[in-house]
Design a binder for this molecule. Structure first.
Ligand code: ADP
Ligand code: ADP
Ligand code: ZN
Length: 227
């Protein structure tokens, strides 16, 4: 990408954090700044659900309930996506891995392709902030830019700042009832990955309770150093 800071070898960055922590928001900013590719397993799964694929059919009800989709489905979807040519620019994994089984599968995939994890960055937020962040979330249906009713409203109501699109979407699972199960899944199955990556010496922690731009500059510094 023009003007993007280039990295010496294709980077593999992981964004860890509970639902609503800001992983998607920050991943898109890192994409722009470093020319990396955001890989969101949530987005890939929602696309599979919309396309009505076999994996999508199996994932739909699980996602609506706020539980984790089975490791075999998610790993297969991510493995396929990683073989696409654009991933040679380096990737930011947003929402993957979410279980130890997924983390181990990722290690194997990277080993096979001679790559390594540059950094696993945990976005640390208080559970109390999650309901507010998730219930106010919406995205542009055209370009995928993320917004929030209070914290990141578009300059003109209902119009995307990035592309001028006017079709804003809210996710079916972004409601107070599923937030509880999603947080529970995070604490039980995903939070142990903080220790997993600490053990590998690639863990970085960022206070993600501040404003979006302050967090973006903290992440930018980490990523620039993590080549
Ligand atoms: P995740 O991908 O981790 O689930 P998102 O990036 O979608 O989280 O952010 C969840 C919601 O919170 C979105 O509506 C987003 O605009 C908003 N948001 C993201 N980061 C912050 C922040 N630092 N402070 C306040 N709101 C935020
Ligand atoms: P959020 O960051 O707000 O939790 P995502 O878009 O990352 O949202 O995920 C939405 C849903 O998709 C999850 O609640 C889960 O059901 C499913 N999902 C996404 N990524 C994974 C994953 N790596 N493993 C299992 N399920 C996943
Ligand atoms: Zn848009």
């Amino acid at each position: 990408m023009d003007g993007a800071t280039t990295m010496t070898s294709p980077a593999v960055l992981i964004l860890l954090g509970p639902p609503g922590a800001g992983k998607g928001t920050q991943a898109r900013m890192l994409e722009d700044k470093f020319g990396l590719v955001q890989l969101s397993t949530g987005d890939l799964l929602r696309a599979a659900v919309a396309a009505g694929t076999e994996a999508g059919k199996r994932a739909k009800a699980v996602m609506e309930a706020g539980d984790l989709v089975s490791d075999d489905i998610v790993i297969a979807i991510l493995r396929d996506r990683l073989t696409e040519a654009d991933c040679a620019k380096g990737v930011i994994l947003d929402g993957f891995p979410r279980t130890t089984v997924q983390a181990e599968a990722l290690d194997t995939l990277l080993e096979e392709s001679g790559q390594k994890i540059n950094a696993a960055i945990s976005l640390d937020v208080e559970d109390a902030a999650m309901v507010t962040r998730i219930s106010g979330r919406f995205t542009c249906g055209n370009c995928g830019e993320g917004y929030h009713d209070t914290f990141k409203a578009p300059a003109k109501d209902g119009v995307c700042d990035k592309c001028g699109g006017t079709e804003m979407k809210r996710r079916a699972d972004d409601n107070a009832e599923t937030v509880a199960s999603r947080l529970e899944a995070y604490h039980a199955q995903t939070a142990p990955l903080i220790a997993y990556y600490d053990g590998k010496g690639v863990l970085q922690r960022v206070d993600a309770m501040g404003d979006i731009d302050a967090i973006a500059s903290a992440l930018g510094e980490i990523v620039a150093k993590a080549q």
